[in-house]
Write a protein that binds this ligand. Structure first.
Ligand SMILES: C[S@@+](CC[C@H](N)C(=O)[O-])C[C@H]1O[C@@H](n2cnc3c(N)ncnc32)[C@H](O)[C@@H]1O
Length: 180
């Protein structure tokens, strides 16, 4: 039997009382029965029993990743979560986010967990990607690239929908991809 793909979502909750069936992980797991999904978030989320290919870890990103086997994951992605930090969050106090150093530490652990050829994909508003590039540069990825999201991709999650200021906007979400 072919080996199943493993896909990790870092920061897949977003708010405390979200309907689990509306999360990016529930939608993806229902659409892709051949992929095993692992969500990691410090906010608790109840996983519906009827979605067997989804496991949730109630952990900090780096701690949750450490529980997974090295060289075992195909994709680790994080939408508007990893590296979302700084004065903006300190001011609103809504979420504490992850600092640059926490993000870099998470990226180092993520690299160990990826299979060769696996990818880390971090999605953030365009103006935040330049803050993240120096962290990607410290990891021995074989290739790093930055790509704007398509209109369709930018509608994938609740927080992404908040960044639809137009394709030319500095807020338009981009993905930075590191390939092992
Ligand atoms: C802004 S929400 C984004 C949710 C979803 N990805 C979306 O795009 O709608 C950020 C999420 O990341 C989680 N988060 C942020 N930093 C974290 C960390 N260091 N460890 C675990 N979870 C974290 C928060 O609890 C929250 O659920």
């Amino acid at each position: 039997m072919p080996k199943r793909l493993v896909h990790v979502h870092l920061g897949n909750v977003g708010r405390e009382h979200i309907n689990p069936h509306e999360t990016e992980t529930a939608i993806a797991a229902k659409q892709n029965a051949h992929i095993d999904y692992i969500g990691i978030d410090k906010l608790h989320l109840h996983v519906p029993k009827e979605i067997p290919n989804w496991k949730q870890l109630h952990e900090d990103f780096a701690e949750g990743l450490r529980k997974l086997d090295d060289n075992s994951i195909d994709i680790i992605d994080s939408k508007i979560s990893l590296f979302l930090y700084g004065e903006w969050y300190k001011k609103t106090g809504e979420l504490d986010g992850t600092s640059f150093d926490q993000g870099l530490n998470t990226l180092k652990v993520a690299y160990e967990k990826l299979k060769p050829g696996g990818e880390v994909i971090v999605v953030l508003p365009k103006f935040r990607i330049s803050n993240v590039e120096p962290a990607f540069a410290q990891i021995p990825f074989s290739k790093v690239e930055v790509i704007p999201l398509t209109q369709e991709e930018a509608q994938q999650t609740e927080w992404l929908k908040a960044y639809t200021g137009g394709l030319r906007s500095v807020k338009w979400p981009h993905k930075i991809i590191g390939i092992k």
